[in-house]
Design a protein around this ligand. Sequence first.
Ligand code: HEM
Length: 534
Amino acid sequence: ATIHDQKATRGNGGELHQIAEGDTPVLTTAQGGPVADDQNSLRAGERGPTLIEDFHFREKIFHFDHERIPERVVHARGYGVHGFFETYESLAAYTRADLFQRPGERTPAFVRFSTVAGSKGSFDLARDVRGFAVKIYTKEGNWDLVGNNIPVFFIQDAIKFPDVIHSVKPEPDREFPQAQSAHDNFWDFISLTPESMHMIMWVMSDRAIPRSFRFMEGFGVHTFRFVNAKDESTFVKFHWKPKLGLQSVVWNEAVKINGADPDFHRRDMWQAIQSGNFPEWELHVQLFDQDFADKFDFDILDPTKIIPEEVLPTKPVGRLVLDRMPENFFAETEQVAFMTQNVPPGIDFSDDPLLQGRNFSYLDTQLKRLGSPNFTHLPINAPKCPFHNFQQDGHMAMRNPVGRANYQPNSWGEGPRESPVKGFRHFASEEQGPKLRIRAESFADHYSQARQFFISQTPPEQRHIADALTFELSKVETPVIRERMVAHLLNIDETLGKKVGHALGMETMPKPADAAVATRQDLDPSPALSIIQR
Ligand code: HEM
């Protein structure tokens, strides 16, 4: 940007008044009224009190006072980029979703990368999960694939989401630590929640300190459904694979970078896009049917499990290219509202209890954060295909029904109509059973995949996991929490458990955690699970 030479005058106090002339627009109030002096409020006398009739001062300060909206309750710190999705081949055999029908077709997209635990002003290289939320503006409405850079999650049921998030955020009495999982509350919750063990292995690995957003994978995590024109369903898992490959930093680099440049990841993305170095990901899917699903000894509805790619290879179906930064961070990156329930016809949900809960949560949270049911009127959230309905009014309504009809059916021949052919038809899965609060036994194995992940790592990567666990647990002040965690680790991998236990100064190792404790509800709480007296 150049700084223009402009006509300017000095006021009595030496303040600089830059004067509009030529093509320079005249400064106005929000009501459009031209402003003569933006530097001095209206006073009674040169040194007197400010007058209440100063509508310009009042409007300027009022607007400033209301600039902040609540930050996201999770994933507060994020960075958005525009781009497009390009389809490789027709997937009509599996899905009727319009975006997957024509090879080579491009659909506009917006991606927001984020950390989970830290506040909006926290640092980029915290050890944390990264959000990888993709909004694709299809011709049949927006598809939001609200994923992470880790293919599994901490919990199996959405009802535990407030607990896991409360535990990782700053503790309520002391409001620290910021953007750090290394504290008693987090490890207390984790050590009491064996279903989190697989996720914990990923979070303690190098995956949680990525070199850049451009070197990260993304995952839809849950099992979804593709549904074709014949209303036949195929289970699908979504994976984004970076063209640049995977890269992470090591912990001591992460610590230094956080101090020297807390904006490391956003700066990296900004510079890449500005220099025309557009990052790219391939969308891969794993497709399978119910018979295939039934062969596993884990449940494909369990979001703490992956389907190993050795067993079911992924298939590339398209690519995502990011090539344009938002013009305004707040308008786009901050106001974008992702919601798992945004799916076009041809993409549907499974009964994964975490996904089912998310489908409820995101609409709620967007209303809280953006403040009006009309948040879909914001340009970043509005579909890019034609859209018509009878919704009206509410705070900040930018669209209202045109004409007389604001209901249907109506006799005026006005307004949009339903389409059983084009419209979304929910997959008619058969559901039955008693109404219960219970976890299926098929969700009970919490250690096998944690172990598989650990042994799939190279020796230096395994060392990093052990070091991360040692560092994190060394910040935990309550001995029984450390012991409980080591008991879990011994169950995942004995060498890992012992290494961390010794590094924490344990002379004798605790008994490995009982793998069955995880879901059996009839057990008395073991001593290790008893409440800690502070
Ligand atoms: C936000 C991913 C589980 C509630 C987000 C965002 C991502 C994400 C990427 C940030 C979206 C953005 O950039 O604006 C995930 C993944 C999950 C998961 C991958 C599990 C597989 C849950 C669950 C709940 C939940 C179980 C609640 C029941 C929220 C809320 C927000 C959020 C309230 C804030 C949304 C906003 O204010 O814009 N999640 N999440 N998430 N998530 Fe999740």
